[in-house]
Design a protein around this ligand. Structure first.
Ligand SMILES: Nc1ncnc2c1ncn2[C@@H]1O[C@H](COP(=O)(O)OP(=O)(O)O)[C@@H](O)[C@H]1O
Ligand SMILES: [Mg+2]
Length: 280
């Protein structure tokens, strides 16, 4: 008997140890990736201040002045200078394009790593993967909105929440469900053009006999039918630096909750509606 207790204690200590190691690793990788990301951003900024056009203008100017330069230093030298400068201008432009593409790919990889880290962090924070308890939809939503409030404000997106606190409670893993809602809200934020005039995200909660439904509507760019078929395919993304892991991850979590999710749109430019249904 004593042995079993000892074994159980040892198991617990080992699990605790593993948990600590894993969370330290995630923390360190996370910090390293943030450092990496800041340099990639810096390179992108520098690239945006692209001055290859100046050099091209100079090449064009020298070409137009070929005759006067030839009078001064002779036609052979003039020709060589004009050719040299326009060659440099061309190479610089091509290199800049290459660097810019590589920078974009690098940012994609960083986003991918960050998405994976976020997913792993959840398991770490919640080693008992089936930690389910009673949840109030309203509280869940309020916590998610609080986390993204700065993003909404920065982009001038209006949020409206209509989730009555009289809705029935349901059973679930709070951390994982927050991840689902955060993913969906992030997609909405990313779908809304910063220059649009009427920017909103609205959340609506309702209950019927067997279902608790959360609808998240946005005024974003929406999508066509072809895209709608692929939304949940792991790795499908239409974003420059997207990973296409978000919705797949949402669906996996929701399926483990006997819940379902669908994302629809009336077409490009007409926003999107994400509907999540929990059984009660
Ligand atoms: N609210 C939305 N409005 C428009 N398109 C959306 C919306 N949500 C998801 N999508 C589409 O679904 C794709 C996949 O989403 P997701 O799995 O979260 O990956 P990611 O956000 O990394 O692209 C997005 O790239 C986008 O094309
Ligand atoms: Mg996403």
């Amino acid at each position: 008997m004593g042995n079993r207790v000892e074994e159980a204690l040892l198991d617990k200590a080992l699990a605790q140890e593993k948990y600590l190691i894993a969370s330290n690793i995630l923390h360190d990788i996370g910090n390293a990736v943030i450092g990496l990301s800041s340099y990639v951003t810096r390179i992108r900024r520098l690239l945006e201040q692209d001055n290859s056009e100046n050099l091209q203008n100079l090449a064009g100017f020298l070409k137009s002045q070929n005759d006067s330069i030839a009078t001064a230093i002779g036609p052979t030298k003039a020709d060589a200078i004009v050719k040299l400068v326009s060659g440099i201008a061309q190479t610089q432009k091509a290199n800049q394009l290459d660097i810019s593409n590589a920078n974009l790919e690098l940012q994609k990889i960083i986003n991918h790593i960050q998405d994976i880290l976020n997913i792993q962090r959840q398991y770490i924070n919640n080693p008992d993967t089936s930690e389910k308890r009673e949840i109030a939809l309203k509280g869940l939503i309020n916590d998610c909105i609080a986390m993204l409030l700065a993003s909404f404000k920065k982009r001038g997106i209006h949020i409206s929440i209509d989730v009555p606190d009289t809705l029935p409670l349901f059973i679930g893993d709070r951390t994982k469900l927050m991840q689902v809602i955060l993913n969906v809200l992030k997609n909405s934020i990313e779908a809304i053009d910063i220059y649009a005039s009427d920017k909103f995200v609205s959340l609506n909660g309702s209950a019927s006999r067997n279902w608790l439904t959360l609808e998240i509507r946005d005024s974003g760019r929406g999508f066509d039918e072809e895209t709608s078929k692929k939304l949940f395919t792991r790795g499908f993304t239409t974003k420059k630096t997207g990973t296409g892991l978000g919705l797949d991850h949402c669906r996996t979590i929701l399926e483990a909750h006997d819940a379902c999710i669908d994302v629809s749109s009336e077409g490009p430019g007409r926003g999107a509606l994400t509907r999540i249904k929990f059984t009660v």
